[in-house]
Ligand binder design. Structure first.
Ligand code: FES
Ligand code: FES
Length: 194
């Protein structure tokens, strides 16, 4: 069975240069966000979450517990889901980062997962939704037709206080079926018994 991919703290990559001499001195680093090279100046103790939201204005990545527990801050770093509240932005140098702002295509056409979430009402307050969508996207990238168990495992690090998860799981199933070329429609009633 393919290994579940659950958001976790990224391992620090090599820390190259441009380390600040004082803690309040900004560092300038480059990394790629949603396919575009960005050069960003930020305080060295700031997390990737803070830099994305506060320095780059990418507020789709949500600020939840800041403790690595809720998954609201999930982004994709070098192809893996990562909790951006636990990753120092310094460690993002040279990496490829995907955020929810890059999930629709350049023309604004939603990703099939976003379509399915909207169609099924798989979000209520929506605070967890960017992180859930990115975790689900990574699952489907590696496991195009996941089982329910695999979906649950892949989303185990993303906490939702509103939906009860059933619509979320069904939306991932629906998007996977459609991506596989099936003419799938939303279920008339939940197969999970509640
Ligand atoms: S804000 Fe990062 S895990 Fe909750
Ligand atoms: S939709 Fe509200 S926390 Fe998930």
């Amino acid at each position: 069975m393919p290994r579940a991919v659950t958001p976790k703290a990224a391992k620090p990559k090599k820390n190259t240069k441009r380390s600040p001499k004082r803690p309040n001195e900004k560092v300038h680093l480059q990394f790629t966000v949603n396919g575009e090279l960005a050069e960003v100046a930020f305080l060295p103790h700031h997390t990737l979450l803070e830099v994305l939201r506060e320095d780059m204005g990418l507020t789709g990545t949500k600020h939840g517990c800041e403790l690595g527990e809720c998954g609201a801050c999930t982004v994709i770093v070098d192809g893996k889901p990562v909790l951006s509240c636990l990753m120092l932005a310094l460690h993002a140098e040279g990496r490829e980062i995907e955020t929810i702002e890059g999930m629709a295509d350049a023309n604004g056409v939603l990703h099939p997962l976003q379509e399915a979430f909207a169609e099924l009402g798989a979000a209520q307050c929506g605070y967890c939704t960017p992180g859930v969508l990115l975790s689900a996207k990574k699952l489907l990238d590696h496991t195009p037709r996941p089982s329910l168990i695999q979906i649950k495992e892949a989303l185990a690090g993303n906490i939702c206080r509103c939906t009860g998860y059933i619509k979320i799981y069904e939306a991932v199933e629906l998007a996977a079926a459609r991506a596989a070329g099936e003419k799938a429609e939303p279920r008339k009633e939940s197969v999970y018994g509640y």
